[in-house]
Design a protein around this ligand. Structure first.
Ligand SMILES: Nc1nc2c(c(=O)[nH]1)N[C@H]1C(S)=C(S)[C@@H](COP(=O)(O)OP(=O)(O)OC[C@H]3O[C@@H](n4cnc5c(N)ncnc54)[C@H](O)[C@@H]3O)O[C@H]1N2
Ligand code: MOO
Length: 342
């Protein structure tokens, strides 16, 4: 790429009155990183010491030829090409556009598309992983072009990748584009706390508050918490209680392991559940059960959810709160990268 003819170097001392062609960045480790001068700023006599102090002895003046784009314009066109529903774009800043969530939800980001964009030289698209829960205004992706002057051809390639994606991606009719945010829906959640030691008052329930906080974090609510001893019939009754009340999600805690008193997985099955998986390849959270009774998701939560900050429950819950059905493949793919402790 030969951009030399479009860029002219001028010593800062001779640049008074000239227009900056790009943002200029200052970094003071531990204190500040950001734009010191904005693109378009007219250099003044008093700017010269500041420019020299960030190591700029020269500035560029720029004369773009047809077929070339300024870094800011290229980044903006890239971002507009793939930003879909519930995504907002920031102003260009140092050749970068941030994509932000416009709502609370989970990000949906097509990995194949991201890889294709990044295989085009001098373009950068860095994103969160798909299905990550995000809050409104949280950054979900950033685009950047590496050179100050970008060949328009590269941007056209990205724009046409996005067009192809829209033509071929049948399942994404909700999204419009490969990077988007699926909003949470407010679910009514029934919570069944099993364990004769809790039911009988021998120990105080520590599970309920944890589950309540997690559920509320994604915009849903626990409509009621019911206690049950380690008795299969009683657990089945409590599941039916919440089915009758049209709970959108039923969560059961405790009794998920291999002891004779661990009745929860069997009771979930006896209540008529279709098991997606019992045994989840993630540590912690391996004893989690994912099941459905009709359309209603039912989850058995093992003891670790009570004390480990990030388990398989934290991966699956935001997706369920966004209205997604969990299938077997969603579970099997958790193992790779699924070691988080335990
Ligand atoms: N031989 C094996 N042992 C264990 C396995 C295994 O595969 N083979 N898995 C381990 C894993 S992983 C976990 S996680 C736990 C599973 O625990 P459970 O869900 O069966 O939990 P419980 O046995 O019901 O309780 C464990 C512990 O936590 C206390 N507890 C339970 N509920 C509450 C509550 N609501 N509030 C406060 N405390 C609670 C309970 O009293 C026990 O002390 O199993 C491993 N073992
Ligand atoms: O389920 Mo345990 O559920 O891996 O700590």
């Amino acid at each position: 790429m030969n951009h030399a003819s479009m860029l002219q170097e001028v010593k800062v001392e001779d640049a008074v009155g000239m227009v900056l062609a790009h943002d200029l960045t200052q970094i003071i480790p531990g204190e500040f990183k950001g734009r010191l001068f904005r693109k378009g700023h007219v250099v003044r006599e008093e700017d010269i010491p500041a420019l020299l102090s960030i190591g700029k002895e020269h500035i560029y003046t720029m004369h773009l030829e047809p077929g070339y784009l300024h870094e800011d314009e290229a980044a903006l066109r890239m971002a507009k090409a793939f930003a879909g529903r519930n995504v907002e774009l920031s102003e260009p800043h140092e050749g970068k556009i941030n994509l932000k969530a416009a709502v609370d939800g989970i990000v949906k980001i097509d990995r194949t598309f991201v890889d294709r964009v990044n295989s085009i030289p001098f373009t950068v698209l860095a994103t969160l992983k798909t299905n990550t829960p995000v809050q409104k205004q949280q950054k979900i992706a950033g685009t950047r072009v590496i050179p100050l002057i970008m060949e328009e051809e590269s941007v056209l390639q990205i724009e046409s990748l996005a067009v192809q994606w829209r033509q071929t991606e049948k399942s994404s009719d909700l999204s419009g584009n490969p990077v988007w945010v699926k909003p949470f829906r407010p679910l009514k959640v029934g919570l069944i706390t099993t364990g004769s030691e809790v039911f009988g008052g021998r120990i105080q329930d520590k599970f309920g508050p944890v589950v309540k906080r997690k559920v509320e974090q994604f915009g849903s609510e626990i409509i009621e918490q019911r206690l049950s001893p380690d008795d299969s019939d009683k657990i089945v009754q409590e599941i039916r209680y919440f089915l009758d009340r049209k709970a959108d999600l039923i969560l059961l805690t405790g009794g998920m392991s291999v002891d004779p008193d661990d009745r929860t997985p069997g009771a979930i099955q006896r209540a008529g559940a279709r098991t997606v998986s019992y045994g989840t390849p993630m540590l912690p959270g391996s004893m989690l059960m994912m099941a459905y009774i009709g359309q209603t998701p039912v989850m058995g939560l093992p003891g670790c959810v009570m004390h480990d900050p990030y388990t398989s429950f934290d991966v699956l819950l935001p997706r369920i709160c966004a209205g997604e059905e969990i299938v077997r493949e969603d579970i099997t793919m958790l193992g790779y990268g699924g070691l988080h402790g335990c």
